[in-house]
Design a protein around this ligand. Structure first.
Ligand code: ATP
Ligand code: MG
Length: 453
């Protein structure tokens, strides 16, 4: 085992020169290896919050008829280059790509839609209706900040095979319901836009490029570069000067063809009928190239600069682009770290669940064997309760302190006397009647069940 405390033992003179990132200075010949920057451990009790979130997600998606798909974490690099787009931030500077032992270029997935579409084509699942979700780690080489990691986790939800605005609306309604279930509905707001279809987008792009070209001198460097290779992304610029310039720029809404405009109207009609509040944001374009028609983001003001909790939209041409049958599609991805941060800001956090319901204490070698065996027998009969056995030893007094700290409602006490008499002590740890009493070992499970019910 590596001892973390050794990393603090160095004197100031030992601390220079600066250690290689990822390593602490050598102390007594032992190098303490640390996790990679931006790739964090999630420790208990925070893991309980993750499990709670994951459980809410899985049950809500089942209620809407979505099924889970599990995808590899590594894919061929070209999968992402071809889908996300060559001139996006992700492909240009955020991917973890490497050559494997065969010399193939592989990439740790930066998002899940590309893999999902690949799987759909590979297993001939299109163009039939598919309602899928997945969840897991994604990797992007970004500057780590509050709510921004290099390994982070996304929930992805994708629908294939239906082009209607009803699908877009359902994706938004189910995400709104998820925020409500989590108690986050007041903190997350919906922004909506339509990017139109291929032709209308082309017309808009031309109008935007000519408008911006006339003002090129006022653009930041990144935006000037994008003017040539990805002009719509300029709308997404974080540069305040560029943003204020864009206030008078042409908007996509004026360029939508009839079908795309009708699709957007229909979506808004369904959202309105359901009382789902949103803002139309004409500058919302999203970071990935594959979207058309509907795009949306769920945003929060509670996480500083990392304000987008969830983003998605329609991507009707991506499946075909991968060689599959023409299959309309829509979906979204939510950042689980950002949701966990929001949950942590809530007053009552579900973290406070006790570790144990019943805690076994035992003193003496024979008593400890007896306690483990009894606990196994109790677990056979009591489903859904947490049964802990003290394995550290020590006096009854110290073990009962640990029992109390575990949050258990009942302690079971086994000493030499109980072993000999085939009995067990039960001590209620919460409430008024804290008197210990004795039961036959053969009745222990039934008595515990009665007390816990
Ligand atoms: P951002 O603008 O914050 O970089 P993005 O547009 O790159 O987000 P998407 O590719 O749309 O993000 O991913 C969907 C969601 O995944 C985001 O809304 C966010 O909640 C989460 N996410 C993206 N990148 C990170 C990251 N590096 N760390 C934590 N969460 C992330
Ligand atoms: Mg990003």
């Amino acid at each position: 085992m590596l001892n973390a405390s050794t990393s603090h033992a160095s004197t100031p003179s030992q601390r220079t020169p600066a250690p290689t990132p990822g390593y602490q200075p050598e102390t007594q010949g032992v190098k303490t290896i640390r996790s990679i920057r931006g790739m964090n451990d999630i420790l208990p009790p925070e893991t309980s919050l993750w499990q709670y979130l994951e459980k809410q997600v899985a049950s809500l998606l089942a209620e809407y008829g979505y099924r889970e798909i599990r995808l590899p974490v590594i894919e061929h690099t070209e999968l992402f280059q071809n889908s996300i787009g060559e001139s996006t931030d992700i492909v240009e500077k955020e991917m973890y790509s490497f050559s494997d032992r065969n010399g193939d270029s592989l990439t740790l997935r930066p998002e899940g839609t590309a893999s999902c579409v690949r799987a759909l084509c590979q297993h001939h699942l299109a163009p039939a209706l598919q309602k899928l979700w997945y969840q897991g780690p994604m990797f992007r080489h970004e500057r780590p900040q509050h709510g921004r990691q290099r390994q982070f986790h996304q929930l992805g939800v994708e629908v294939f095979g239906v082009a209607s605005a009803e699908v877009d609306a359902e994706l938004l309604l189910l995400s709104a319901r998820l925020w409500r279930r989590l108690g986050l509905e007041k903190r997350i707001q919906l922004q909506l836009n339509s990017l139109g279809d291929g032709e209308s987008r082309q017309h808009y792009r031309e109008a935007l490029v000519s408008w911006l070209s006339a003002r090129e001198a006022a653009l930041d460097d990144d935006s000037r570069r994008r003017l040539r290779n990805n002009p719509l992304r300029i709308l997404d610029s974080k540069n305040p000067q560029t943003q204020s310039l864009l206030e008078d720029a042409p908007v996509m809404a004026d360029f939508l063809n009839e079908e795309a405009a009708a699709h957007f109207d229909r979506l808004r009609e369904i959202l309105d009928a359901n009382g789902l509040v949103y803002t139309v944001n004409h500058r919302l374009v999203r970071g990935l190239d594959y979207y058309n028609r509907t795009v949306f983001e769920w945003v929060t003001e509670a996480l500083g600069a990392q304000g987008t909790v969830c983003g998605g939209g329609r991507y009707d041409t991506l499946v075909q682009q991968f060689g599959g049958k023409a299959t309309p599609a829509a979906g979204f991805a939510a950042g689980l770290e950002r949701l966990v941060l929001l949950l942590q800001q809530l007053q009552q956090s579900p973290l406070e669940e006790p570790l144990a319901d019943v805690y076994f204490t035992a003193v003496g070698d024979a008593a400890r064997v007896c306690a483990i065996t009894l606990a196994e027998a109790v677990r056979d009969q009591l489903d859904g309760y947490n049964i802990l056995v003290n394995c550290e030893g020590g006096s009854f007094k110290s073990q009962l302190k640990k029992a109390d700290k575990s949050g258990a409602r009942l302690a079971v006490i086994i000493g030499e006397r109980e072993v000999a008499a085939r009995s067990a002590g039960i001590k209620p740890l919460r409430g008024e009647s804290a008197e210990q009493f004795s039961v036959a070992q053969s009745e222990l499970a039934a008595r515990l069940q009665g007390l816990l019910a």
